[in-house]
Design a protein around this ligand. Structure first.
Ligand code: FES
Length: 106
């Protein structure tokens, strides 16, 4: 397992990026839950963000592609709007142990 960060390092309803052997992983937080995805859009395979750690839309409800404005649900990475509508970000398994976020299978 790879230690990514403390849960408290990610503000609630926000996300952070982490470099891993699989590429950058986005970790989005909602309360005590975290959701991990490869930072690779399902339609052309590029990263979602222009600026480091800026992954959310203005409402902080959805992950957003900075290139196209596509919106992805935090809970399952499903694209609700945009060129990859109906596709999903590739999820990566995370676990929280003693308030530390770990990437499994790394
Ligand atoms: S790169 Fe696919 S929606 Fe922007």
């Amino acid at each position: 397992m790879l230690r990514l960060c403390a849960l408290a390092d990610i503000p609630d309803n926000d996300a952070r990026g982490f470099r891993t052997a699989q590429g950058e992983v986005i970790v989005a937080r909602q309360g005590l839950a975290v959701y991990g995805y490869l930072n690779r859009c399902p339609h052309i395979g590029i990263g979602l963000n222009f600026q480091p750690d800026v992954f959310m839309d203005l409402s902080y409800r959805y992950l957003q592609c900075a290139n196209h404005g596509a919106l992805f649900r935090v809970e399952d990475g499903f694209c609700l709007r945009g060129p990859c509508h109906g596709q999903s970000l590739k999820s990566v398994p995370l676990v929280i142990e003693k308030s530390i976020v770990w990437l499994i299978n790394e």
